[in-house]
Design a protein around this ligand. Sequence first.
Ligand SMILES: NC(=O)c1ccc[n+]([C@@H]2O[C@H](COP(=O)([O-])OP(=O)(O)OC[C@H]3O[C@@H](n4cnc5c(N)ncnc54)[C@H](O)[C@@H]3O)[C@@H](O)[C@H]2O)c1
Length: 379
Amino acid sequence: MSKIRLGVLGGGGDSLIGVLHRVASHMFDRYEITGGVFNPNYEDNIKFANHIGVNTDRVYVDFDTFVAEETKLPKEERIEVVSVLTPNFLHFPMAKKLLENGFHVICEKPLTTSYAEALELEALQKKHNAIFAVTYTYTGYPMVRHMKHQIAAGELGEIQKIDVQYYQGWINPVIHDPEIRKTVWRLDPKKAGISSCIGDIGTHAFQMTEYLTGMEVKSVLSDLNMLYEDNPLDLDGTVLIRFSDTVKGVIRASQIATGEENGLTVAVYGQKGAFKWEQENPNVLYHIKDDEPKRIIKPGHAYVSDVAADGTKLPGGHPEGIFDAMGNIYKGVAKALRGETAFDGEYPTMNDGVRGMLFIKKVVESNKKGNVWLSLEKQ
Ligand SMILES: NC(=O)c1ccc[n+]([C@@H]2O[C@H](COP(=O)([O-])OP(=O)(O)OC[C@H]3O[C@@H](n4cnc5c(N)ncnc54)[C@H](O)[C@@H]3O)[C@@H](O)[C@H]2O)c1
């Protein structure tokens, strides 16, 4: 079967996330990076394309030229799906134009910089019947997929509490100097959107709560911290969430949790037991119960669910990491593009992206209104 022709926007040599997508796209030999715009500076763009071995004939001076030139090509040569890996404010204009011109899209989170834009993209995606993935990377881990599967199968019984924490510390050395903090796009509302910490990592935590439980959060109450009066965006937030009157939880996100690295931790408690998982130790899933010793579940064993096994390449004891998680998401998208049978949740969808933007909107609003409960029903 021919490889899927993949275009890449952003993700140049200077970026954080580019390498993850490039490695992930190659992991199962399903894609070929055919062209793109890796960097707004054309010289850097071409230099980088040469460095990674992409044919520079299909590396364009900017995004508009990318669309104009690619759409001139016959369908069987044209790039099929495009990964949007640019800063947040470019996701919407790029994804919009890509959808309007018949491309499928793999977009980084947060989907857009506003909920209204997210709804517009959702309508366009439906209109054009496009495959659209939003790369909530952590859903690609085998043990996260196992948790989702087992919760759906009733392993934990009725869910009664969920606690997702995502703590980083990287803004601490940046935020206390007004000059340095001006250089960070994640702290600039024009580039990041209406939220920094909640938009960047709180959305991962939120998406994880809905992904794992298969339920929708119905309302939120937030308390955010900006630290300085002249800093417009949140650096830290605690959000109470309610799925129903009896299923409740908490999302804690921070980028001023000094010394923390990428501390995403998940705990889901049901009547019959609980799962606990940590992103920094992703091959270990704890299954705890009232009256049994704690169990450790690991990938690569015959006892894991089919979806976890499908997302594991080597026998037990060979750690699956963040690259593998993103690789699994790309594999899910490849299956969708080629019309192959897939497991539920093999890649996060437009709906995850739209829900994420509604979450950000309501969390910011709840904090502004004095920490009040707000509905998360789709508007
Ligand atoms: N899924 C995850 O876990 C995860 C992790 C990190 C970042 N992200 C998301 O990925 C996106 C990028 O984040 P990052 O940390 O890699 O940012 P970054 O600032 O490190 O890199 C951005 C890249 O985009 C390029 N770029 C900027 N403007 C461009 C344009 N007009 N045309 C083409 N290229 C352009 C830059 O040159 C750079 O290569 C953000 O939306 C972020 O939220 C997601």
